[in-house]
Ligand binder design. Structure first.
Ligand code: OXD
Ligand code: MN
Length: 587
């Protein structure tokens, strides 16, 4: 059935270890996927939703103890501990394999082993990479079939090559004390046990496209980043592309699918989504930086998604979607989540499977990290370059975090090295996307803290080297913060569609169309250069969120220094010198 020698050997070994009753190769046909949906509906793993209102849509509930990525149980397993660096959990590969194989042994007994050949990126693109995930979960198969390109076409592309990533997922008993998400970048292998939550088990996504791929990118000279990619079209029909990194659940999907406000629409502006979560970026033959989105769908956070915040995402979810951990409305067999509208269902089931009345019950009906998995092709603003095998050229790189204070609405770094410094000192308040405390400030360089598959000191060095190679073609690097609050804790900047006002300034800076004010941290806009027309925000308020307060930044320095200390000798000198420059400027 499969002619690739290395794949066959892997499947033989895995079937001996896991002991499934049956093995099914996912061929990518709609017929096979439909059969699996039906089996999952029979077993209760999926609930079929209202076919008229939500065609081909399903609901799934994970176990209550399995609702988010588990960073404390995520490991990078490299021969040398230093290769994983101070920001990753590390395990010796031999110990990890032994432990994981013990946990997973015979765990497919009575079950089917599904074999999913998948391609990250367009199957024909030279920038793409191939993986094979085995799993005992139909939910995983169906999600992978939305999020990646799956099927026998991938095996045809692979031929007899051994260059592919092995992904092993075993649900086991969803025991959180034996849950492990382990990466073996030296052998292109990922093993995930005792979870069935998306980010831990859709191994093409965070595990491969970020952790393993970032390691590969360091060797091969490219970047795998936690970034959305969007194109902004002006009235002349010219499209410029921006790649932007934000920590999880900070509005990446909303920004990637932004709908411009009326003033901008009138002036011919359009925004095109290339990707909402991951960018693979390489230096093209023209020496510019080119990006592809290796995914084929969106695994978006449901709560807060609505007709105003992200009408494009809502439209994207209106068919062919798997919803996870949202509310089931029993009246019409549709779904609901907090922030969808003001009309929660009264006759409903919450994400835990309990009866729920949205008018009376105080507990949220949907989990704060509940999700939708939808195909990219459903997105009304999907870029026509989405399938372009070469990707899109990047004009600007944007970093951003969730900071109530400190960081201005937007600032531009002085040059590439300073931009890498800006990315490396990113900090953000934590969200529900990962288990742990919410709202706690943590350093999250380039939004890659949970996703960098190697020593982050070496990762910074790699970024600096990429700048050296790009030379004068390097995109400009910016930082944004949509989340500054006033005394009463309310966000000052409206965000959502109005973020285009900031992106416009960014592109104007890339084209040297506007000047900017120099501050100790970089260049901030003159308020006159941010278009406020049609917006209920005074220039004074705008100036307030553009302000760089030296005393707050002096405190920030202490924080950066203690964060940097972790990296010891692996911290590149260029970043030490950028930090020194910042200190001098703040004096
Ligand atoms: C995601 C995440 O799911 O970052 O994209 O957690
Ligand atoms: Mn993400």
């Amino acid at each position: 059935m499969i002619s690739n020698t290395s794949v066959n050997k892997f499947l033989e070994e895995m079937s001996a270890l896991l002991n499934p009753d049956e093995i099914i190769l996912i061929d990518g046909t709609e017929n096979q996927l439909q059969e699996l949906r039906e089996i999952a509906c029979k077993s209760g793993e999926l609930i079929k939703l209202n076919e008229e209102k939500l065609p081909n849509c399903y609901l799934h509930r994970t176990a209550i103890n399995d609702v988010a990525r588990v960073e404390d149980r995520t490991f990078i397993c490299t021969t040398k501990k230093d290769a994983a660096g101070p920001t990753n959990n590390w395990m010796d590969p031999a110990d990890a394999y032994k432990m994981l194989y013990n946990i997973a042994k015979n765990s497919y007994k009575g079950k089917t082993m599904y074999v999913i050949p998948f391609s990250m990126g367009h199957i024909n693109s030279s920038l793409s990479k191939i993986g094979i995930e085995i799993t005992d979960s139909i939910y995983v198969v169906l999600n992978m079939a939305i999020m990646t390109r799956v099927g026998t076409a991938v095996l045809d592309k692979l031929g007899n090559s051994n260059n592919w990533v092995r992904g092993i997922h075993a649900s086991c008993s969803i025991d959180e004390n034996n849950r492990y998400i382990c990466h073996f970048p030296e052998d292109n292998t990922i093993i995930s046990v005792n979870s069935a939550y998306g980010g831990n088990v859709l191994l093409g996504k965070k595990c491969f496209a970020l952790r393993i791929a970032s390691y590969q990118g360091n060797w091969e000279g490219w970047l795998a980043e936690h970034m959305l990619i969007l194109g902004i079209e002006n009235k002349l029909g010219e499209v410029k592309y921006i790649a932007a990194a934000f920590p999880s659940a900070c509005g990446k999907t909303n920004l990637a699918m932004l709908i411009p406000p009326e003033e901008y629409k009138k002036n011919g502006y359009k925004v095109w989504c290339v990707g909402d979560d991951i960018a693979w970026m390489r230096i093209g033959e023209d020496s510019r930086l080119w990006a592809i989105n290796p995914e084929n769908g969106f695994f978006g956070v449901a709560p807060g998604t609505n007709k105003t915040s992200n009408p494009n995402a809502l439209a994207t979810t209106s068919s062919d979607t798997i919803f996870t951990n949202v509310v089931l409305n029993l009246d019409d067999n549709t779904v609901w989540w907090e922030g969808l509208d003001e009309n929660p269902p009264e006759n409903a089931i919450d994400w835990m499977g309990k009866r729920w009345n949205g008018k009376v019950d105080k507990t949220p009906g949907a989990h704060p990290n509940s999700r939708f998995t939808s195909p990219a092709k459903n997105c009304p603003c999907l870029s026509r370059e989405f399938e372009n095998e070469n990707g899109v050229p990047i004009s600007a790189i944007v970093f951003g975090g969730r900071r109530a204070q400190t960081t201005p609405l937007v600032y531009e770094s002085r040059d590439w090295n300073n931009g890498v410094f800006v990315g490396s000192i990113m900090a953000s308040e934590t969200t529900a996307a990962a288990s742990g405390k919410i709202g706690k400030l943590r350093h999250d360089p380039m939004a890659m803290l949970p996703f960098c598959g190697y020593n982050m000191g070496d990762y910074f060095k790699h970024w600096l080297d990429m700048g050296g190679k790009l030379g004068e073609n390097a995109p400009k690097i910016f930082n944004v913060n949509w989340f500054r609050t006033d005394e009463s804790g309310k966000f000052i900047w409206p965000g959502f569609g109005d973020n285009i006002r900031v992106l416009e300034w960014i592109l104007n800076r890339c084209e040297n169309k506007v000047s900017a004010k120099e501050t100790p941290i970089g260049f901030v806009p003159y308020s006159k250069d941010i278009n406020l027309s049609g917006l209920d925000l005074s220039e004074n308020k705008l100036n307030e969120i553009l302000e760089v307060d030296k005393s707050i930044w002096q405190n920030e320095i202490n924080d950066i220094e203690s964060f940097y200390e972790k990296f010891g000798d692996n911290l590149p000198n260029e970043l030490k010198s950028e930090l020194q420059k910042l200190k001098n400027k703040l004096k």
